[in-house]
Each structure stands twice: as structure tokens, then as C-alpha cells.
Design a binder for this molecule. Structure first.
Ligand SMILES: Nc1ncnc2c1ncn2[C@@H]1O[C@H](COP(=O)(O)OP(=O)(O)OP(=O)(O)O)[C@@H](O)[C@H]1O
Ligand SMILES: [Mg+2]
Length: 236
């Protein structure tokens, strides 16, 4: 049975897509399903199947979840056709309705599921974390939490208590040399190994060019380290 892992968090901007990018680096060739309002994982090209979520939260609530369910039907088809370890990027404000539906449907699908909930030190993300883990528990074989220290450390006592039986790993906030962010925006983590040292040097000078390369390589490696337990589950 193929293994399918959802990168999840209701709160926006916590690093869900970064985690997907790190998993895509760690699990070579794994297909990716992107469920979001707009297509971001452009650099992964044909590996990505994009499913656009148009229904906003207000529409979902007004229709008792019907607006979201209609959009999830295409996602379900894709999940049912998976044959390889598959990584799913679940956009903000989408996990609760998706997981609620999967609780019903997952037993019908010939696949094993796991979730990776990304948590930052922000009230919105912290409130949603135990809720998402609880929603996922009945139909997932494994659960992971990545503490993304983007906004400082999450209280370790809180993390231990709320993560329950999930495997926890942490990612430090990465600081990047001026100019490095642009490469990340353009090509995600996949671009890091393709950067040409001579071109960087020409564009930024020797010192900054070196630091850009070094910072991006460190970012990629640390993100891959943070997703290692989830990546091992995917290919296990
Ligand atoms: N540990 C970190 N250090 C530095 N930058 C980070 C870190 N984690 C994430 N980022 C950056 O923060 C931004 C938001 O991350 P990302 O897009 O992965 O979040 P998201 O949860 O997918 O957002 P959305 O809810 O909009 O889909 C990106 O520019 C990403 O590169
Ligand atoms: Mg995202």
C-alpha cells in the first residue's frame, strides 16, 4: 500500500510548504499533491498535481462544509490513484475540513496515511495543533510534529504534552544572507544544489556569493533533518 503524508496546519505562514519542499528533497521522485488557493510549488514541475481551493472559510461554514467537500472530490480521486509514497501540501484553513472528510473515507482507500503538523510559537498555530492531531488519529498510522522555531521556541513542556504520541522534531529559524531569499522564492529548496558558484560570485561578489550558497545549503540540510522521521516513514 502506498504511504501518503499530509503537511498540515490551519494557521498560515508556519512552514507547511517548506516542509513539503524538504520532503521532496528527501524522498526523491515522490509525487506531490498541492491543495491550496494558488499554485506555489512551481519548481517541482511535473511532480506536482495542484488542486485549487476556491471556497473560503465563510463559504465552507455557510454551506455546512458542502463547498469544501465538492472541491475535495478531485483530491480524493488523486489519493485513490496513488501508487508511490506521496506528499500532500494542505493549504491554510483547509486541514480541518479535509481531515474530517478523510476520517470517513480513508478506510475505503488502499493507502496508509500520516500527518505532519507544523507548529510555530504563535497562539493560532498552537491552538490548532492538538485539534489536528486528534482529528487525524483515527485514520493515520503515524503522526509527526515539526516545531518550526521561525517565531522562537515553542514551550517544550507544552510541546511534549500536546504532541502526545507524535514524533517531534525541530527546525531553527534560518538567517539568510541578503539576496539568498530571492533564490528560495524562485526555486525552493530544489534550486540549492543547482546554484552556480561562479554566477553567484559575479552577481553578488565573492563574500556574499559564498555566504548565499552556504546559508541556502544549511537551510536545505536543516529542513531535511527536521523532516527525517516523516521521510523515513514515507519510504518505510
Ligand atoms: N525555519 C525557518 N527559517 C527561516 N524561514 C523560514 C523557516 N520556515 C519557513 N520559513 C519561510 O517562511 C515563509 C513561509 O513558509 P511557507 O510558505 O512554507 O508557510 P506555509 O505554512 O506553507 O504558508 P501558507 O499557509 O501560506 O501556505 C517562507 O518564505 C519560508 O521560506
Ligand atoms: Mg503553503
Amino acid at each position: 500500500m502506498p504511504r501518503i503524508l499530509f503537511s498540515s496546519q490551519e494557521k498560515g505562514g508556519v512552514g507547511k510548504t517548506l516542509i513539503v519542499r524538504a520532503l521532496a528533497e528527501a524522498v526523491e521522485g515522490a509525487p506531490i499533491i498541492e491543495i491550496d488557493a494558488s499554485h506555489r510549488l512551481l519548481e517541482l514541475e511535473a511532480r506536482v498535481s495542484f488542486f485549487q481551493m476556491r471556497a473560503d472559510r465563510e463559504a465552507i461554514e455557510r454551506t455546512g462544509g458542502r463547498a469544501a467537500r465538492a472541491e475535495f472530490d478531485a483530491v480524493l480521486e488523486a489519493l485513490s490513484k496513488a501508487t508511490l509514497p506521496t506528499i500532500v501540501d494542505v493549504g491554510a484553513n483547509t486541514s480541518v475540513s479535509l481531515f474530517t472528510m478523510l476520517a470517513d473515507v480513508a478506510p475505503e482507500l488502499a493507502a496508509e496515511f500520516a500527518v505532519c503538523v507544523v507548529v510555530t510559537n504563535e497562539p493560532g498555530a498552537m491552538v490548532e495543533t492538538p485539534r489536528l492531531l486528534a482529528l487525524a488519529k483515527p485514520w493515520t498510522a503515524a503522526r509527526f510534529v515539526v516545531e518550526n522555531r521561525l517565531h522562537g521556541n515553542v514551550d517544550p513542556k507544552w510541546l511534549k504534552a500536546k504532541a502526545g504520541d507524535a514524533t517531534v522534531s525541530s527546525l531553527e529559524a534560518q538567517s539568510l544572507e541578503d539576496g539568498a531569499e530571492g533564490y528560495l522564492q524562485a526555486g525552493g529548496l530544489a534550486i540549492v544544489d543547482q546554484l552556480n558558484p561562479n554566477k553567484l560570485r559575479e552577481a553578488h561578489g565573492i563574500g556574499p556569493g559564498l555566504r548565499i550558497r552556504r546559508d541556502l545549503a544549511k537551510f536545505r540540510l536543516e529542513a531535511m533533518r527536521a523532516v527525517k522521521p516523516a521521510a523515513e516513514w514515507l519510504v518505510g
